[in-house]
Design a binder for this molecule. Structure first.
Ligand SMILES: Cc1cc2nc3c(=O)[nH]c(=O)nc-3n(C[C@H](O)[C@H](O)[C@H](O)COP(=O)(O)OP(=O)(O)OC[C@H]3O[C@@H](n4cnc5c(N)ncnc54)[C@H](O)[C@@H]3O)c2cc1C
Length: 494
């Protein structure tokens, strides 16, 4: 850190009359519109400076997927171009983990003589602890640090039962949330163009291409174009063309019936309020609109849960008793699931969609997650991890919530005895086998009937079913029943 006297002499040497300097720290809010941190920096009428800090080792520790990290890179590029038009410079830095951020931040603030730091909140425990350390270090050097709610429709911990408790079941949560939501949201405007300010280059500063980015195929990049314009176009197109039929089409993976906005929401290229507002602005109220809004509320539910229950950030089940389930260890079976070689076409096609696109349809996430955690009785955390390592929309709250729902270890989980039969589900959600044929061309010649469970005409290149579904079902039910028996025995002994 530079001494105060050095800073004053630097300012004198520059011979400039200092305006207040507002530092905006971008994280997973990679946009200029409706961005509370950026908006509030402008409100303070000083010069806005923007930074992004890459943390490659932390990303690895958090299992962030290469496709997602590459999506950040491409969106940062786009964000910088937009900010440049406003004369706001975006500077890049890199440290290995969150632990080095407080001292880097202090150094940046001191060298650039920052008055105030602005950032939008993140809710994982590691992110919260990092942010607290940054706030503390800022306080020590006389910089005000302000954080804002950005990822939620309603403030954290504001949706409560009559007893003041967090909701543990989605439906009453959603009902209460709808009651509390305003009729409309006032989206925050993009700051006006500011006067250009030249800053001294810092020794720690890097160019975007000097940060550690993983390689990703252009095919995946083309599926997910970067930038706010791409995100907004996707939202408007969905609202104008697809939302009406969302209720009918959302469970059909062969149909482009969902918004595919999840990567943009997860990286903050579009705000949740922009999405909600679009449902009232671009569409008539219909069943499709209400059902889609409910999906946005599922996102809200899982984020609010993550805030209330820090154990969810620490690989712990929400129902602690389910930690006594004897999950099976079987590397070969886990690998077959990961690579889409289970012998159950809908599972294999879904897992290959994940590998090829960095994304998987929601219904298929449910079927594949149930297959791993219930039919194979393999620890849901291994599946959660695999998803996180491959999803472009990987989001701690939604991924953890989805996995714990499927594994029956979470708050509002599916009852343990309800399993998605992959063959029945396949017939329902992909009746003509169009989705399966796309990802498993080796099965393309099979009839619409046989494609869901190839028998007679199964090509040699396609694996035999890895398990007997009936036996697998009995195995997992016995395990969960045993768990409740153990609990009642335990209670009786007390
Ligand atoms: C096992 C499992 C893991 C999941 N992991 C993730 C994840 O890492 N990141 C993620 O964003 N979603 C996750 N989901 C939720 C859901 O599958 C995706 O949000 C959805 O498939 C994204 O596609 P879409 O944008 O077309 O969704 P749409 O159907 O258009 O829904 C709109 C938005 O609502 C939100 N949303 C929809 N469904 C859910 C849900 N069930 N839970 C939370 N938010 C939801 C997403 O932000 C989505 O973009 C997971 C679900 C399961 C069952």
């Amino acid at each position: 850190m530079l001494a105060i006297s050095t800073l004053s002499s630097l300012a004198r040497a520059a011979g400039t009359k200092m305006r207040s300097r507002q530092l905006v720290w971008f994280r997973n809010d990679l946009r200029v519109s409706d961005n509370p941190a950026l908006f509030n920096a402008r409100e303070n009428s000083g010069v806005i400076i923007a930074i992004y800090i890459a943390t490659p080792r932390q990303w690895l520790q958090h299992d962030d997927a290469a496709v997602k990290i590459d999506f950040w890179r491409r969106n940062l590029d786009s964000l910088r171009a937009t900010l440049t038009q406003l004369n706001i410079s975006l500077y890049y830095f890199q440290v290995e983990t969150y632990q080095q951020i407080p001292s880097l931040m202090a150094s940046i603030c001191q060298q650039w003589q920052i008055t105030r730091l602005h950032f939008n909140q993140q809710y994982g425990v590691n992110e919260q602890s990092r942010d607290q350390q940054v706030i503390d270090v800022c306080q020590q050097i006389g910089v005000q640090a302000q954080s804002y709610h950005d990822q939620l429709l309603l403030p954290a911990k504001s949706i409560r039962t009559k007893a003041g408790e967090p909701f543990k079941v989605f439906t009453p949560f959603a009902k209460q949330a709808r009651q509390q939501l305003p009729e409309s949201f006032n989206l925050l405007p993009t700051p006006a163009k500011q006067q250009f300010t030249e800053l001294a280059r810092l020794p720690e500063q890097l160019e975007l291409n000097e940060l550690s980015w993983p390689p990703v195929t252009t095919a995946i990049q083309e599926l997910w174009p970067a930038g706010e314009v791409a995100a907004t176009n996707r939202l408007i197109h969905f609202c104008e063309q697809r939302i009406e039929d969302y209720q009918q089409n959302r469970d059909l993976p062969a149909v482009a019936g969902t918004s595919q906005l999840s990567p943009y929401l997860a990286s903050g290229v579009i705000s949740i309020k922009q999405c909600w507002l679009a449902t009232t602005h671009y569409c008539e109220r219909s069943d499709g609109v209400i059902v889609w809004q409910n999906e946005l509320l599922w996102r809200e539910f899982y984020k609010q849960l993550l805030i209330d229950y820090p154990q969810l950030s620490k690989h712990q089940p929400w129902k602690p008793q389910t930690d006594h389930i004897k999950w099976r260890t079987n590397d070969a079976e886990l690998r077959a699931w990961q690579q889409g070689e289970t012998g159950f076409p809908i599972i294999d096609a879904a897992m290959r969609q994940l590998l090829q696109c960095g994304w998987m349809h929601n219904r298929l996430r449910m079927i594949t997650a149930t297959f791993l955690s219930k039919h194979l009785l393999i620890d849901w955390r291994l599946g959660e991890r695999w998803f996180m390592q491959h999803l472009i929309d990987g989001d701690l709250a939604a991924n953890n919530g989805g996995w714990q729902w499927c594994a029956s270890t979470g708050t509002d989980a599916v009852p343990y005895f309800r399993l998605f039969n992959p063959i029945t589900q396949s017939r329902k959600c992909d009746p003509k086998g169009a989705f399966i044929r796309h990802y498993l061309p080796e099965l393309s010649e099979l009839s619409d009937k046989e494609i869901h469970f190839p028998a007679k005409n199964r090509p040699d290149t396609y694996p035999l079913p890895m398990i007997d579904l009936v036996a697998a079902r009995q195995r997992v039910l016995a395990e969960f029943k045993g768990l409740s028996r153990d609990r009642s025995r335990h209670r009786n002994r007390q």
